[in-house]
Ligand binder design. Sequence first.
Ligand SMILES: [Zn+2]
Length: 286
Amino acid sequence: MRWKGRRSSRNIEDRRMQTGRVRGGKAGSIGGVGLIAVLVIGYFLGVDVTPLLQSTGGGQTISTGGEITEADKQAGEFVSVVLADTEEVWAEIFKEQVGRAYKPATLVLFKGGTQSPCGGASGASGPFYCPADKKAYLDTEFFTTLSRRMGASGDFAAAYVVAHEIAHHVQNELGILGQANKIRQQVSQAESNAISVRVELQADCLSGVWARYAQARFNSLENGDLKEAINAAKQIGDDTLQRNAGRRPNPHSFTHGSSEQRQRWFATGYEKATVQSCDTFSTDRL
Ligand SMILES: [Zn+2]
């Protein structure tokens, strides 16, 4: 992705220098594998890395914040440019396709751990979006996890992750997230999971719409970028995550969709380039 020297977003809340301590407690505990912590929130709207992680289940306390390395700095700048891209693109799409103004999300960069109204995040937990404060939360260390542990390398794999979280904000702005979460509170776990899958696949599709518009607007995609995003969608599919964790995939427990579904919905968004084409709620073929 061509991103260096490009406009960065003002809507970054950088908490990486904040030092403090986050209680692990029940909401998040440090795992045994590379000290990667598990993020548990009511409705996980992030990249679910939990199947890969081992939880010790304890109430450990971890340190947060501290030194910003050169790699952290670079990653922060990259995220900021991608966020700026999403702002311009979604402003354009809202105007063209929704008929109203787009209000951008804030993206919180944290290191180690932080708090959100949706719960505490700690360690290199997966990024997530919290509808209550309309903020996306990201520890850029996650990009390393994505690349080294999950087999999704490349800058556009990282861009897709940011675009996916911002897509949840788009769903929130469109009222879809609120409706979906309301229904999820009233149904069985299996039904709730099924709704979650539709929400997540829609976010993947909207990420594809974003990628298409970003390419048209900024000519930012390089050879192989789309492949990186599609590969990332594959690596974070529920079946692949469960299989890589040595488990047999159990579709009833899926909350994000299979690798095949995630790749296909991203591709659909990219090809069709409309919000309408991302209606995962009324299709028979997810
Ligand atoms: Zn998500």
